[in-house]
Design a protein around this ligand. Sequence first.
Ligand code: MN
Ligand code: MN
Length: 463
Amino acid sequence: MTMKTRLITGGLVVSAYGVYPADVWIEGEKIKVLGAPGAFAGQEFDETLDASGKLVLPGLIDPHLHFNSPFMGTISVHDFKNGTAAAAHGGITTLIDFSTQPKGGSLMANLAQKEEEAGGRTYIDWSMSGILLDASPQTLEEIPQLIQAGVPTYKCFTTYKHSGRLMEDSGILKILETTARHGGMLMVHCEHDAIIERLIEKELAAGHYAPIYHARTRPPEAENLMIQRLIDLVRQVTAPVYIVHTSTAESVQIVSQARASGLPVHNETCTHYLALTEEKLLGPQAQFFICSPPLRQQRDVDALWAGLANGCVETVGSDDAGVPTVDNLRLGQGRFDKVPSGMSGIEARLSILYTEGVCKGRLSLPRLVEITSTNVARLFGLYPQKGHLSPGADADVVVYNPQGTWTMTAKTLHMNTDFCPFEGWQIQGHVDTVISRGADVIRSGQLVGQPGHGQRVFRKLNA
Ligand code: MN
Ligand code: MN
C-alpha cells in the first residue's frame, strides 16, 4: 500500500530548540523527514502545502480540560465532538480529559464509560487522566491497572470538601507510595480547604455575596500554603507530582525551588491566569469569571509570564470547564459560592499566548512550543510520538499565519458557549491549517476534519 505523501514547504519550523526554515515531508500518518528549504524539490508529492511566511509548529497538546463534566448542578459545555472541533480551531491536536472515579466506585469502570463517550466522536487524538476521590485499598489497587491501561496520570483535590472531593494528607501519602512503586504521576489541585471554608463563612455572614468575594475567600496564601505542604509530603514519599493551574507569583518560586532541590514537582498555569486579573470579578458579567483558583493580580500575571520565559513554569493548560451561562446565572442565585466555577478556553490558548506572549516579547517562539506541546508530551508520556516535529513522530502540525489581526469574541471562536473570557481582545495572526496524523482537520481556518478521525492515545511515562 502506498501512503499519501505531503510536503509542507517554505515555512519557518519552530521547535523547543529553535526556529529555522525547513520543509516537512509527511508520509501517511508520520513525519518522514525534515530538510533544508528546497531539499526535496526533485521528489513528487501527492500534495504540497505552501507555508511561505508562516510558522510550522508541532500540534498543541492540552493536558487540562473537562468535557461532559457534571459540576455543582450543571454540566460543562463541551463534549467530545464540539470540544475537539473547537480545540482543533485553536491548534490543538491532542487533548487529555479527565475520567472521574464515582464516589466509592471504580475508576476503571468510569474510564470504560468515558472511552465509550469519546470513541468515534473526536476530530483529534485524545487521552484521559483519572480523578481520584479516595485512597481506599480498592482505589490503590486500581492505580497500576490505570497505568497499564495507558492512563499513567491521575488527579486529586485538596479542596471541595463540601462536594466530597477533598483528599486528606494521609490519602495523598498513600497515593504517592503507590505512584512511586508503579510509575505514574499525581496531578494535584492545591488550595487549602479549611482556610477557604472559614473565609467563605465569614464573608457570607457579613452579607458579602458579590463575585469579588470568590477571590477574597480563596486568597493566594491558601494556594501557596497547600503547594508548600504538598511538596513537604513529596519530600516524605517521593513520586512525580504535577500541580495544576498554579496562579500565584509565590507558587513560581516555591515550585521551582523544590525542583531545583531535586524533587519531581511540576507546575502548570492556565491561559486565563496570564491574561486576566481579579478586576474582572468587579466588572460586568463578573460571575462568569469565577474559577478556582481565582483570577489574581497583575503582579501574579507578571510573575507567571516571567516563570514561563525562564523555565520556572513548565506548561500552560486551558482548564476548559465553562458551563452554560443560563445555568451559571440560575445556580449562582446572586451568591459567589453558588456559582459553578470554570471558564471555556480550549480554543484561545495559542492565540492568546502568541499575541500576549510572543508579540509582546514575554515569550520566545521555541518557549511557546515547549510550554504548550513539547513539555506536555514529555511530562504526560506522549513524547516522542507527539510534541516535536521529528522523523517517525506523528504528523501533528499547526501552520500559523502571523500576519493580520482579528477580534476574539464568543462569535469569532468556535466554542459551544456565548461567553468568551477574552471578549474583544485583538489577536495577532491566526491558525491556518491543522494536521492530525497526516490528515487536515482545519484548512484555511475551516473545519474539514471528521469526528472519528481522532484516536485514543495510550500514554506511558518515561522512567
Ligand atoms: Mn481544579
Ligand atoms: Mn480543572
